[in-house]
Design a protein around this ligand. Structure first.
Ligand code: BGC
Length: 441
């Protein structure tokens, strides 16, 4: 059996990622809370409720957990509706809580990465038309200024908007996210404003904090044609990729495009100091005459995929390498801002983690500028329209008692973080079934 250690560069960030609405609890003043109240919107009628009770103070014990398991960074988000409960009111108590959380990370020698928008909007913001209203841009910039003024002494790494592509697709095209629309016209309007808001936020942060590093977290989907020789499938795969990743291109060239519609947003050119990559899985596109609404394409997982418990994620580590290669073309430092799998039993997670981190190491080994990895997630949390049905945490959560359950992956990840490396011994111990793919012998 070969023995080896894949070492990462010193200073590499190892952490987990969370989002306010998914962990804080009692976020009663945002659009998701409202959405959860309508039967049918969330699987099994689940509600975020107390979530992981971070607002009740349990962030503190969870930050202990990650610091004690050798993580040196954490990515979390600030809930806009808490900081600005109404258009004319800022909540200083909420600002104090986030300041304590940031101090809590720094005290534990952890680098914070802060996201300003992770899928949720204040209710008042939606009542004035949400992202379809041009005013949304200025509102978000105002919120950005407030947050950056308050926290710039503690935060250097900012994510303006998490996965604007997923937000737009979910809320304006597929309709499974609030506001629940299914309209390309609305999606385009909202998309342009999201891009303008990102750009305005980028410039506002730099004005207040010249050495800040600002980016977006992009959900990268590896989309492949079922048959390389099939021209319609290759064409579709290219189109889907181009459109799904549109925000990343727009934040580079200042042009927002969706299908055949384009809009120049010059302020958005070159507004990423780093590229955040959220990678989970790969899709295959097959030509299917029965699907005219999706340009005759049908998306599915590769045949014979290694699937997660509910089939939500296929374990395709090569897609991580592809995602990093895609990110490389933007010529900026890269952070893996999310990567993980739902797996209550922790059966797949150890191989998912080791196989994906192996691909990241390969990219690092080519000298690609990858600066950190944030595993999704620290502890099981509220999975949006899938409620509590999916468990992404290194630690499990008993929602009723708030008890944390330490899964074996905690110790696996702790060793990787501690050694700043992925070793053959570790893979042999935690994911022997993945050994041959990582250390071929
Ligand atoms: C989102 C997270 C979510 C995760 C797993 C990502 O697209 O940013 O909020 O929990 O996927 O579904």
């Amino acid at each position: 059996m070969p023995r080896a250690k894949y070492q990462f560069p010193s200073g590499f960030l190892w952490g987990t990622a969370t989002a306010a609405h998914q962990v804080e609890g009692n976020n009663t003043n945002n659009n998701w809370w409202q959405w959860e109240q309508t039967p049918g919107n969330i699987l099994n009628g689940d509600k975020s409720g107390l979530a992981c009770d971070w607002w009740g103070g349990r962030w503190e014990e969870d930050f202990d957990r990650v610091a004690n398991t050798h993580q040196n960074a954490h990515r979390f988000s600030i809930e806009w509706s808490r900081i600005q409960p109404s258009p004319s009111r800022w909540d200083d108590n909420a600002i104090d809580v986030y300041r304590e959380m940031l101090k809590g990370l720094i005290k534990r020698n952890m680098v914070p990465m802060v996201t300003l928008h992770h899928f949720t909007d204040p209710i008042w913001f939606n009542e004035q038309g949400g992202w379809e209203n041009e005013k949304s841009v200025e509102c978000f910039i105002k919120f950005t200024r407030k947050v950056v003024k308050a926290f710039k002494d503690y935060v250097h790494l900012w994510v303006t908007i998490n996965e604007p592509n997923v937000y737009l697709f979910g809320g304006y095209m597929h309709g499974g996210f609030p506001p629940g629309y299914n309209s390309l016209v609305r999606a385009f309007r909202a998309g342009v404003n999201l891009l303008k808001a990102h750009a305005g936020s980028y410039h506002a942060i730099h004005k207040l904090q010249s050495d800040a590093l600002v980016g977006m977290a992009h959900n990268y989907r590896s989309i492949k044609p079922a048959h390389n020789w099939c021209l319609p499938e290759s064409f579709l795969a290219r189109q889907l990729k181009r459109n799904f990743h549109t925000f990343a291109y727009a934040a580079q060239n200042g042009v927002f495009s969706l299908l055949t519609t384009r809009k120049r947003v010059p302020a958005a050119s070159n507004t990423q100091d780093f590229i955040g990559v959220n990678y989970y899985s790969q899709d295959i596109v097959s030509f299917d005459i029965r699907n005219p609404s999706t340009l005759f394409g049908r998306l599915h997982y590769p045949d014979g995929s290694d699937l997660s418990g509910s089939g939500f994620i296929a374990n395709v580590p090569d897609g991580m390498f592809e995602a990093l290669h895609w990110a490389l073309h933007f010529n900026r430092p890269i952070y893996v801002t999310e990567n993980g799998v739902e797996d209550a039993e922790d059966k797949m997670r150890p191989r998912y983690i080791t196989q994906h981190i192996h691909k990241i190491w390969r990219a690092v080994n080519f000298n690609w500028p990858i600066k950190g990895y944030f595993h999704w997630s620290l502890v099981d949390n509220f999975e949006w329209e899938r409620g509590w049905s999916q468990r992404f945490g290194l630690w499990g959560l008993d929602v009723a008692t708030q008890k944390r359950i330490r899964r074996p992956s905690v110790d696996l990840y702790a060793s990787i973080c501690k050694e700043n490396a992925l070793s053959s011994d570790l893979v042999q111990k935690y994911a022997p079934e993945a050994f041959e793919s990582i250390f071929p012998g």
